[in-house]
Design a binder for this molecule. Structure first.
Ligand code: SF4
Length: 421
């Protein structure tokens, strides 16, 4: 949990803020200087003049606007003298007096109990079924990352989840629908465990040990949260499919920093190389954004070269678009639409080449295909364990079954492999 402090007024207030910071650290919080990262904002107010009152109210409102999901705690002289007014300001969760500053540790404990209860109540459990071969199971919601281009944390709130125990119960429900594959979904699923003190690795281990669904797939996971342990586990597992979808967004460290992403280009490459050192067969999908403000030709080329030099199986390319209320919206050096289009065409072409090259490697090999639907009167289609699209001659008994398929050639028109049972 991260905590941000804002101090107004005299030196004493600043001194007391450093004591509060110390208490927060002792309680296991990390003090952040970036309000967007904070779970809790503490405003230490001042009331020496009317202007000081006004500044205190403004600071609270402004911080709440910047990070509406954070709990706001207000203390200091203005909180002492006008507690009722302060309590009525939107976003304020707790107001405490100067005398209560010594009880800050207890206040933080109380607040985290309230937040945990809130988070659980606000988790809308969801999974998709309905005669489907695959089910999308939501295991996590919200995000604490505040990437500078993204509005999701404002719209969906903080990272939260239900417990592994509850997820196992949901999987038991899904099993009753004959579903063959569950895709674990969320906004930032690698961050699973924020509200329950568990980890994503513990979740996938529990799913493997306690359920009977034949296949699990992880939807998308941030490179900094995709640990070596998760990679090892997935690649050894018989039921977690060898498929990693990892957002890169930019291959330039300067742009990644502007995006407020939590990894460097090197850290991303290390994860890809680690996967490839363990498996040449695993599917690797990557998200990229083109045309982020300040993305010069040189920075774009860094992204292109990075992608050219790694072995992935598909790209999802997004053109940056301005979202009011984000930090990126305020940035200058916007990239022209024409350039965004050109860059996205270049990456889409690269994606097609890589996708085909990856698929062709598997010709004359056998893979397990989960057959999903009818393609036309002659063929049915499905996905291999490593996320290759395959069509095989029509046979209704194969639908919603996992079938051992020999991959024989490439269908250029539909950009998929053709196989036979
Ligand atoms: S891009 Fe993803 S990780 Fe970043 S803030 Fe949005 S949801 Fe969170």
């Amino acid at each position: 949990m991260q905590i941000y402090f804002s101090t107004l007024g005299c030196k004493l207030n600043y001194t007391e803020t450093s004591a509060l910071k110390q208490i927060a650290c002792n309680e296991g919080y990390t003090v952040t200087s970036n309000v967007y990262d904070a779970n809790i904002i503490v405003v230490n107010t001042c009331t020496v003049t009317h202007t000081a009152d006004k500044k205190s109210r403004y600071a609270i409102r402004h911080l709440h606007q910047l990070n509406p999901q954070a709990a706001i705690i207000v203390t200091g002289c203005y909180a002492d003298t006008d507690a009722e007014v302060v309590k009525s300001i939107e976003g304020v969760t707790v107001v405490f007096s100067n005398q209560q500053k010594q009880n800050f540790a207890q206040i933080l404990k109380k607040l985290s109990e309230i937040k945990t209860a809130d988070n659980n109540n606000n988790f809308f459990k969801a999974y998709s079924v309905g005669g489907r071969t695959r089910s999308f199971l939501k295991v996590q919601d919200g995000c604490n990352y505040f990437c500078s281009y993204c509005k999701v944390p404002f719209a969906r709130g903080r990272s939260r989840n239900v417990s592994i125990k509850e997820i196992l119960e949901q999987v038991k429900e899904i099993e009753k629908h004959q579903v063959k594959e569950i895709v674990l979904s969320g906004i930032n699923i690698g961050d699973f465990g924020h509200s329950t003190g568990e980890t994503f690795l513990e979740l996938i281990k529990a799913l493997e040990e306690n359920t009977n669904i034949p296949r699990f797939r992880i939807s998308s996971i941030e490179p900094n949260l995709l640990t070596y342990e998760i990679i090892d586990f997935v690649l050894k597992s018989k039921r977690f499919m060898p498929h990693f979808h990892i957002p890169l967004q930019s291959g330039s460290d300067i742009i990644l920093k502007q995006m407020n992403r939590k990894y460097t280009k090197k850290q991303f490459i290390d994860k890809i190389e680690y996967i490839r050192s363990k498996s040449l067969d695993a599917a690797i999908g990557i998200d990229v954004i083109v045309g982020f403000p300040g993305e010069t030709e040189v920075y774009f080329n860094e992204t292109f070269e990075l992608l050219e030099n790694i072995e992935f199986s598909y790209l999802h390319v997004f053109e940056y678009s301005d979202r009011k209320g984000t930090k990126a919206f305020e940035l200058n050096s916007k990239v022209k639409d024409k350039e965004k289009k050109e860059r996205s065409v270049l990456l889409r072409n690269l994606s097609q080449q890589k996708e085909k090259a990856f698929a062709l490697k598997f010709i004359n090999t056998r893979r397990k295909v989960l057959v999903e639907k009818k393609h036309d009167s002659h063929f049915i289609t499905g996905l291999t364990d490593n996320y290759l699209n395959v069509k095989i001659p029509y046979n209704s008994k194969f639908i919603n079954e996992i079938v051992d398929v020999l991959l024989i050639c490439w269908d250029a028109e539909h950009e998929m492999l053709i196989g036979k049972v």
